[in-house]
Design a protein around this ligand. Structure first.
Ligand SMILES: NC(=O)C1=CN([C@@H]2O[C@H](COP(=O)(O)OP(=O)(O)OC[C@H]3O[C@@H](n4cnc5c(N)ncnc54)[C@H](O)[C@@H]3O)[C@@H](O)[C@H]2O)C=CC1
Ligand SMILES: O=C(CO)COP(=O)(O)O
Length: 319
């Protein structure tokens, strides 16, 4: 049995695709949400989607005891508080499906998990995938990062479905940072588009944003190849170009001066965390710094772009 913790858009989508080949229990903290899912077989965050009978919604974490693996699909900043409740379940392994950097520790999900469940292997799943696409059975490819390649191979086999293809790596840091940092750049790209700065500006932000992702991630020990893969370039391509991305949509609203959407936007906390890490390591991340200022309302998009354009001229590979 696979347990999925968190019945938001992504947890539910993963539960649906995994149910094609495994028994899946899907935990939500709200009794009312679970009762609704049990009765109507629908998904509150995925309109129009039907839960297969092989997905069992539950609001009791005890129902996840004995799971061969637990997929953790809550927002990154909620993960640390959730783990003391997960630890007694003694899962065979955990797979983090959240994208972000924990503000309290400035670390990614597998490090946060390791602090609470030191004996349990922790992997991370990340890459270009809108929940609605996975739930709808559309073809999707993701990266699975696991420090132990043997465990990674068995998780890869357990989590691959006819429509979800996983590529594995031992570079957990690269997978985590690719998925986390692309959200920051997606906010910046959305802001540029919302303010009418044009598609060329967006392409410049994506590329220079990717340079920042590489700079920070490789400084922290990630491999450049991982960032050039699904969790990095792949997710950047998806999220920076689609209004279906909540991070992009937030940026778009900031750029257009319209009300900010209320949805989960991991890039906001991650931008602050990334900037703190950059300062700690003496790195320059101008797009990330501009994004923090934009979100805080300290800069307009036009002023942020003017500042970026006025920086000292430099070489393309400057670090
Ligand atoms: N929605 C998507 O297309 C994708 C999302 N992700 C990632 O998945 C993670 C979750 O995102 P979504 O499912 O989209 O968000 P969501 O906002 O749809 O759902 C989050 C769920 O977590 C629950 N939750 C929040 N704090 C909790 C806590 N302390 N304890 C228990 N449950 C808690 C909420 O009640 C909600 O059901 C994020 O890190 C996101 O970046 C990754 C790939 C795609
Ligand atoms: O991570 C995602 C797609 O890979 C989803 O992006 P948003 O969280 O911006 O909606």
């Amino acid at each position: 049995m696979i347990g999925v913790v968190g019945a938001g858009a992504f947890g539910t989508a993963l539960a649906i695709t995994l149910a094609a080949r495994s028994e899946v229990r899907l935990w939500a903290r709200s009794d009312a949400a679970v009762a609704r899912m049990q009765t109507h077989r629908d998904a509150p965050r995925l309109p129009g989607v039907t839960l297969p009978e092989t997905v069992q919604p539950t609001s009791s974490l005890a129902d996840l005891r004995g799971a061969t693996l637990l997929v953790l699909a809550v927002p990154m900043q909620s993960l640390g508080a959730l783990l003391p409740l997960i630890a007694p379940l003694s899962p065979g392994a955990t797979v983090a499906a959240c994208k972000g950097i924990d503000l309290a520790t400035l670390t990614g999900p597998t490090t946060v998990i390791g602090a609470h469940l030191p004996e349990v292997p922790a992997a991370v799943l990340s890459g270009p995938s809108f929940a609605k696409d996975i739930a709808g059975g559309l073809p999707t490819a993701l990266a699975l990062g696991c420090a132990d390649d043997g465990v990674g191979a068995s998780l890869q086999a357990a989590l691959s479905t006819p429509t979800l293809r996983l590529y594995r790596t031992t570079d957990t840091m690269g997978v985590e940072l690719g998925g986390a940092l692309k959200n920051v750049i997606a906010i910046a790209c959305g802001a540029a588009m919302g303010a009418g700065l044009g598609e060329s500006a967006r392409a410049a932000l994506m590329t220079r944003g990717m340079a920042e992702m590489m700079r920070l991630a490789t400084c922290l020990g990630a491999r450049a190849e991982t960032l050039m893969g699904l969790s990095g370039l792949g997710d950047l391509a998806l999220t920076c170009a689609s209004p279906a991305s909540r991070n992009y949509a937030l940026g778009q609203a900031i750029g257009a001066g319209t009300p900010r959407p209320a949805a989960t936007t991991e890039g906001v906390a991650t931008a602050t965390a990334a900037l703190a890490l950059a300062r700690k390591h003496g790195l320059d991340l101008p797009v990330t710094a501009a994004t923090v200022a934009l979100v805080a309302g300290d800069l307009t998009v036009e002023n942020a772009m003017a500042d970026l354009l006025a920086r000292d001229l430099t070489t393309e590979d400057a670090r």
